[in-house]
Ligand binder design. Structure first.
Ligand code: TPP
Length: 339
């Protein structure tokens, strides 16, 4: 496990990754991007309501990390969960139905954008409370260890969440009890409108893990194979019973913090991160064309297929019904809520 920022050249790793897996990762990344672009369009058209936090730009993190996981492993997320949910569960129809509040949605239309959940595929939910997934991840990891399985949990959170006390409490216990959890901090460099430089006393977040005797690594969050390799090592450690790892992925969100509110970040900065030099999908495509894994035509065809799948997901959601009013209290456990 790299202790410092020793990310390998992604090109070297690319040769070791089977073509099928590269295909899977590229398809997922394009799907996540197109899914969210469609979500934004539907939101502007009033077909999706409530708050939405788009993950556009960070796809390499969710996809690279979840490619290391099995269906029976766990992942937790926060208020920006669409990408993590899709990468772990990969059900475009039911995720879109959830966004549109339909009964066929992952949470039967009750959760919306921030509370997607799929027990069968180990996705333990988005969470409206910043760092709210951290304690849940710790609990899931404890449960795996207690049951004696080799399941691992990936806890996705961001730079703002890293300053919440629960992150430090959870790291302490995870280290003490050697729990199989990977703390995956997506440093997208800003929390709502507060930059990391204004909120955080250290330039890097991962080294804090050293205080808890947890190995850490920093990787390029816009290089999917770098994420895949770094998380893969951490997952292998956790499965061997060697405990927790902290990984910081340096990345950038390309959309405003929430919905379609105005973005105050410099236009030049946004343009740079959207450029082929920085954008995670463009970079991966260039890598795969460069090493002759795919032709540009094959990649074009993949974009068209994804386009159809997204259109199919919207149609699936539109044809599904809203939850019936009489089911309002289904799965509500507090008696008082029903009166
Ligand atoms: C406990 C808590 N405090 C404040 C908020 C309001 N809030 C929602 S998102 C957000 C910023 C979170 O930033 P970060 O953790 O960096 O995640 P990002 O938005 O960058 O993905 C804040 C302060 C909240 N939802 N929960």
């Amino acid at each position: 496990m790299a202790k410092k920022n020793q990310s390998p050249n992604a090109g070297v790793v690319a040769a070791e990754v089977p073509k099928e897996l590269k295909l899977h990762m590229l398809r997922q990344m394009i799907s996540l991007r197109r899914f969210e672009e469609e979500v934004k369009r539907l939101y502007c058209a009033g077909e999706i309501t409530g708050a939405i936090h788009l993950y556009v730009g960070q796809e390499a993190v969710a996809v690279g990390a979840c490619a290391c996981l099995r269906d029976d492993d766990y992942a937790t997320s926060g208020h920006r969960p669409h990408g993590h949910c899709l990468a772990k569960v990969f059900d475009l129809n039911r995720t879109m139905a959830e966004m549109m509040g339909r009964e066929t949605g992952l949470s039967r239309g009750r959760g919306g954008s921030m509370h997607q959940f799929d027990k069968a595929k180990g996705f333990l939910g988005g969470n409206g409370i910043v760092a709210g997934g951290v304690g849940i991840a710790l609990g899931a990891a404890f449960a795996s260890k207690y049951r004696g399985t080799d399941q691992v949990t990936v806890c996705f959170f961001s730079d703002g969440a890293s300053n919440q006390g629960v992150v430090h409490e959870a790291m302490n216990i995870a280290s003490l009890w050697k729990l199989p959890v990977i703390w995956l901090c997506e440093n997208n460099q800003i929390a709502a409108t507060t930059t990391v430089a204004r909120s955080t006393c250290t330039p890097d977040i991962a080294p804090r893990a050293e205080a808890y005797c947890i190995p850490w690594a920093i990787c390029d969050g816009n290089a999917v194979l770098d994420v895949y390799r770094t998380v893969g090592e951490a997952v292998a450690r956790a499965r061997r019973g060697e405990g927790s790892t902290f990984i910081e992925c340096k990345t950038y969100r390309l959309e405003p913090h929430c919905g379609i509110i105005a973005d105050q970040r410099p236009k030049e900065e946004l343009a740079l991160w959207r450029s082929p030099k920085k954008d995670c999908i463009k970079r991966f495509e260039a890598l795969l064309v460069g090493d002759k894994t795919f032709t540009p035509q094959e990649i074009e065809a993949m974009h068209r297929r994804v386009e159809q799948e997204i259109a199919g997901a919207v149609e699936f959601a539109r044809k599904s019904s809203f939850p019936a009013p009489e089911t309002l209290y289904d799965n509500v456990w507090a008696e008082g809520a029903k009166s």
